[in-house]
Design a protein around this ligand. Structure first.
Ligand SMILES: Nc1ncnc2c1ncn2[C@@H]1O[C@H](COP(=O)(O)OP(=O)(O)OP(=O)(O)O)[C@@H](O)[C@H]1O
Length: 650
């Protein structure tokens, strides 16, 4: 599978949301990792909140000073901390003192807010980078089966978007919760100090506010989960369209694709609207409850002030502001509940990656053989992608060290799957595979993969220079090595003809190269490693026969030095192999070299015959040799092998 390929299979993960408590505990564990910075942000924000409350107190003080000046019968002014200015001070001096204190408070608050914002931003970035790296690292190690089961768009969304939503749990939930709790506690203590009865009366509706927040959290969780899935779907449509743009244009299907994308977008908007609807209902209800508190204050608070039990400025005014701040903080609970839901949804998706078992991994005490000869032995190897549906059945074979072997068979016979087992992209469902006498499962996995140079069926190139693509597995390679590998892969000529030659930048996925050119660069990328085992999956399917001949010569030279395993449908390629394995419906149907297989008059013989016949169709009448078959194989220019399924029908 190409790494960038988009799997259109539906994502089966997350049918039911994971238990919220479990996720919350895990997210709290994540926040704990960053506890120092979290505490710093909480402390600074808490300090800002307290300074705000002190600001109210000072404004109230100013009002009381003014009221006393206007009405000497008003209650005495309560200066903070038992401080009282000298009797000789004028009204202007007293008010100026209050104003200076307020200004100092404002400057201090501003400085701390700035500091809090910086620490908070650092914290966010640290979490995102670390989490993203962890998820990406895990993705690198997950087996192919995991990628088969998950939409690539969903995986991309998780790394790019969901990680941000998890970060939100730390700064938008944990930190905010602590700040809210601190501020609410300070507000309540302040209010109780001012008047216990008024505090109880004004906060009577608070349990309803909490109940509302919990209701909202329950309702919105499922909605957020669904919204994430729709987001994945939209990215999938977009990604498929970009990658399959040739097909889209070739079939003049732009209109349909635009409609598909619009439909995916429409579904997201409709769904988000549902979330906004819940939110829009929740927020005004919460607003009404807080307004009820204000009404209680105006009624009962004014009564207390008129009776002289509550000062106007440092009492009623401060209380009103505290109540307002209280409502503000409770209002944050909505945002927190909102953030909790999106974080839970996102965390479920991200933790699913982090928790996914590494189906293929190195054992606890891996072996790292030094001198690798490249001898493969397969013992009773079977493999199933889907349980109960074997793709390979009890394969027994031996590939000698330094041999060149061919694997062929009809489409879907299991050739690529067999190669995937040899490289341990998958483990056999039963049976075992030995390389140099050591079970592949006992090998250190990276060490094993370093012994194998692979040329995949789909030549995937990175958007980088030609030389960096060739040196992908060996970044330290010198230009001489790169050029030598390119020459071996018959790629030198076309690379030299490019404007920047080896420094020419290959387009995304190698879009500015032909299929054959990509295959040759992929081959050079494998050859530069000089691996003991070279595996080529239909690696010459897109090159012309002259280039194939050149590549064949390279492979012939490697014979004896390295084990070369090639999947091919061309007799012209296979006939040079020391051994050819013919797969048929997952079974090893025939084994032998070209001559032996031809004498068997089995599947291989039929394929060869049809290819020879096709060859004659493309040759001029007078050049037809008497022995058509011999001609087709001796000139080394076999036509593309038709698939066995077709041959059986001949
Ligand atoms: N990831 C997968 N999940 C489930 N089934 C798969 C997967 N990959 C391949 N198969 C199935 O396994 C069988 C063997 O596939 P494989 O790609 O090995 O065949 P192949 O011989 O290489 O075919 P081709 O010549 O067309 O490349 C096919 O029936 C295919 O549908």
């Amino acid at each position: 599978m190409s790494p960038a390929a988009v799997d259109s299979r539906p994502n089966t993960a997350h049918e039911a949301p994971a238990p919220a408590r479990h996720l919350v505990l895990r997210l709290l564990g994540l926040a704990w990792r960053y506890r120092k910075k979290c505490l710093a942000v909480v402390f600074l924000n808490g300090f800002v909140a307290i300074l705000g409350l002190v600001g109210f107190q000072l404004t109230g003080l100013g009002i009381d000073v003014l009221r006393k000046a206007v009405d000497p019968a008003a209650p005495a002014v309560r200066w903070p901390l038992g401080y009282a200015p000298p009797e000789s001070w004028s009204l202007v001096a007293e008010l100026s003192t209050v104003a200076v204190m307020m200004a100092l408070m404002a400057v201090l608050s501003l400085a701390i807010k700035y500091w809090a914002a910086i620490v908070s931003a650092q914290l966010s970035q640290q979490i995102v980078i670390q989490l993203r790296t962890e998820v990406y690292d895990k993705l690198q190690r997950l087996s192919f089966r995991y990628f088969d089961d998950h939409d690539s768009s969903s995986l991309i969304n998780r790394v790019a978007g969901d990680v941000q939503a998890i970060r939100q749990f730390v700064d938008g939930v944990v930190i905010k919760c602590l700040v809210v709790v601190i501020t609410l506690a300070v507000c309540i203590v302040y209010m109780l100090r001012l008047n216990v009865g008024l505090t109880i009366a004004c906060l009577a509706t608070t349990p309803l506010l909490w109940w509302g927040a919990i209701w909202f959290a329950r309702v919105s969780r499922e909605q957020y989960l669904q919204a994430s899935k729709l987001g994945d779907e939209m990215v999938r449509v977009l990604s498929e369209n970009v990658q399959g743009i040739q097909v889209v244009k070739g079939f003049a299907a732009e209109k349909g694709q635009i409609e598909r994308f619009a439909e995916a977008n429409r579904q997201i908007v409709e769904h988000k609207f549902g979330i906004f609807w819940s939110l829009s209902l929740y927020q005004p209800i919460m607003g009404i409850l807080t307004q009820i508190n204000m009404l209680v204050l105006i009624g009962y608070g004014s009564y207390l002030t008129i009776r002289g039990e509550l000062p106007l400025g440092t009492g009623l005014f401060v209380f009103a502001n505290l109540l307002h701040e209280f409502a503000n903080q409770v209002g944050h609970v909505t945002n927190i509940a909102n953030s909790i839901q999106s974080s839970l949804t996102a965390s479920e998706r991200v933790f699913e990656i982090l928790d996914a078992p590494l189906e293929v991994d190195s054992p606890a005490s891996p072996q790292q053989p030094v001198q690798v000869r490249g001898e493969y032995v397969l013992e009773q190897v079977s493999f199933e992608y889907v349980p109960g549906k074997p793709v390979l059945k009890e394969i027994n074979l031996r590939i000698g060290a330094g041999q060149m072997v061919g694997i062929t068979g009809e489409t879907g016979a299991g050739k690529t799957t067999l190669l995937a087992l040899l490289t341990r992209f998958h483990d056999p469902t039963s049976g075992r595979i030995l390389l140099d006498g050591v079970d592949l499962k006992a090998w250190d996995l990276p060490h094993l993969r370093r012994q194998i140079g692979m040329v995949f069926q789909e030549s995937f190139l990175f958007s980088n220079t030609v030389s960096n693509n060739i040196a992908f597995g060996k970044p330290t390679a010198t230009l001489d090595e790169i050029e030598f590998a390119a020459r071996q892969a018959a790629a030198e000529e076309f690379i030299s003809a490019m404007p920047g030659q080896y420094q020419n930048v290959v387009g995304e996925y190698g879009t500015n190269l032909s299929g054959g050119q990509k295959q040759r660069i992929s081959l050079a990328r494998a050859l530069i490693l000089r691996p003991p085992v070279l595996i080529l999956d239909d690696a010459t399917a897109a090159v012309d026969s002259e280039t194939e001949h050149a590549i064949q010569q390279t492979l012939d030279r490697l014979r004896g030095e390295r084990t070369v395993i090639l999947v091919s449908s061309r007799v012209s390629t296979l006939r040079h192999a020391d051994q050819i394995f013919v797969l048929n419906a997952g079974l090893l149907a025939e084994t032998g070299n070209h001559q032996q297989l031809m004498q068997m008059h089995g599947h291989y013989f039929q394929m060869a015959q049809l290819q020879a016949w096709e060859q004659t169709l493309t040759e001029p009448e007078d050049s037809l040799p008497e022995d058509r078959e011999a001609s087709a194989w001796s000139n080394g220019q076999g036509a593309t092998f038709p698939q066995m399924k077709g041959i059986r029908n001949v």
